[in-house]
Design a protein around this ligand. Sequence first.
Ligand SMILES: *[C@@H]1O[C@H](CO)[C@@H](O)[C@H](O)[C@H]1NC(C)=O
Ligand SMILES: *[C@@H]1O[C@H](CO)[C@@H](O)[C@H](O)[C@H]1NC(C)=O
Length: 614
Amino acid sequence: MAPPSVMARILSVLMPLAILLSPAAADRDYHEQLDLKPLAGSSLLASFNFRSNTSLTDFDAHNYRYFPRSLGQLLQHVGTRELHLRFALGRWDAESWGARPWHGTKEGGTGVELWAWLDAQTEEEADHKWLTLTNALSGLFCASLNFIDETRTTRPVMSFQPEGDHSPEAMQNMHLLHGVLPREIVCTENLTPFLKLLPCKGKAGVSSLLSGHKMFDASWQSMAIDVRPICPAGQECVLQVEQTIDMVLDIERSKRPTVNPIPRPPPAHEMRCNASKPYNSGDACFPAPVDQGIEWSLHQVFGKSIQGTCPLTDPEVPPVCIEVPDRRSIFMTMGGAREVKQNGLQKRCYFFPSEGAFSLVLPALPYEGPDAMTPADEIVQPETPLLYAERTFTGYGQERGGVQTILTNPSPDSSVEFVYMQTLPWFMRIYLHTLEARINGQPGIRNDIVEEIYYRPALDRIRATQLELRMRIPPASTVFLTYDFEKTILRYTEYPPDANRGFDIASGIITILPSSAPGSRTSNLRTTSLMLSLPTPDFSMPYNVIIFTSTAIALAFGGLYNILVRRFVGADEAGEAALGGLKGKIAGLVGKLREKIKGLKAASAAADAKGKAD
Ligand SMILES: *[C@@H]1O[C@H](CO)[C@@H](O)[C@H](O)[C@H]1NC(C)=O
Ligand SMILES: *[C@@H]1O[C@H](CO)[C@@H](O)[C@H](O)[C@H]1NC(C)=O
């Protein structure tokens, strides 16, 4: 592989040429941007966004332009109108980090999540196309998407709406299918195919910062691919493909030297303690929170610098933006770079030359002296989310359990309306009559909280439970939503190899409906996935039996064989035989035979002599 800088240079020469050769190409058809935002507690949110437009007439004529060919051919083959694919890891800490990036619309549940609108006349045709789609995507993204079978596929009724523009005729034949794999571990092998879909392939532009080492070390991480048709009024329809990567990196952890990849606790003299705790002493330390004023730079946090710009992007749009208070200084590592202030926002954006490595450095804040910083200068305060959600298991034992979801509306004056969808595997049998919504401690299901329920019960080994609730929570209230379920005993072969680890239950999906306030839009959030432990047979039993019988046989056979084959010889003979290995042994045996024969002869001669004498 060519080094990135050479690659970037080749790309920067070839790509403008390609654009010149196709006069239809507008220079606004590809967009990429990196938004950085420090969060509370030494965290840094990095949002990468890559977007491209391809006109639908070009696409239908198999002229893919910026659209990734492999994906384009697949989507055409299975008649996909809209596609959304998510890979996610970790947990978004809403209490300290605030509202989610992109209003949660680019986020997925833990593992892999896929939903698509397929063009089909009947449900069977849609199922068939879905199967083809999941199998092909599985190959394309090196993920086990082919495990999304009918037991993991649902058809959401209230939760998802198409994002693109579709004609009313097209809408009639569109089928929405949704599948989740909460168990899938997202890793580098999923990032590589993701980068391959980009026009600059991660060799130039902001995507050159992405590497598996830092990305999968993040506290929270989500990769998204969205394909949707957009028809602006009075213009030709375009097919937009948007790729997004969001991650929350730990600045402190990313500074760890590469020669020391294992996170070890710091030595005692380097620990920063909260000295105001009553028990603080030489051997008792309560760690003080890491403050935001620490120094960091792009190349430290990502492990590399940006390798020039991607030549396809609009030169008028700055590729990197940082959201920090104005008093914090930012330095650029390369001459020729330019800073632009975003009007009215605490946000600064950067242009940089098309070649060479580029990085940004944020020095540590001075805490003493005339221009000392206050905590308010450290980070831009995050937005409060519209809703907090938290889901846990309750109960104990191997037979029954319960699920509790705590939903909190932090707003002091407006209520929040949303759809809460849960897909539960068939082996978790829920009792719908136990569904209860308690508000601020008052029991009983209340119609003013749960407005509508859509429930599709599970069928054993055929389909999952689908539960969608439309709810409204009044201002400054907390709702406890609970229900009970029964655990099933699976068949012996249905347990995974690591049966005692438990079974992953997919995240609950919350779609917050737009309120009447102007500018309000749909936003999403997802709870964490759950780990359900089912009654598990003792899989070690067969092994114990096998090991025990094997030992018994080995002992019996060994002893018997030994008795049958072993010969007892005199010490003087053994010494001779031991001398020459196998040869010696054979010689010894031959010698022994000879002696025996001689002995026999002598004996018979003696007998003869005796007989004659008689
Ligand atoms: C693509 O098309 C949409 C709709 O016309 C437009 O808003 C957007 O700026 C275009 N370009 C990119 C790169 O998304
Ligand atoms: C240290 O502990 C005290 C007492 O619990 C607390 O009030 C204070 O906020 C803590 N300091 C820091 C920097 O967290």
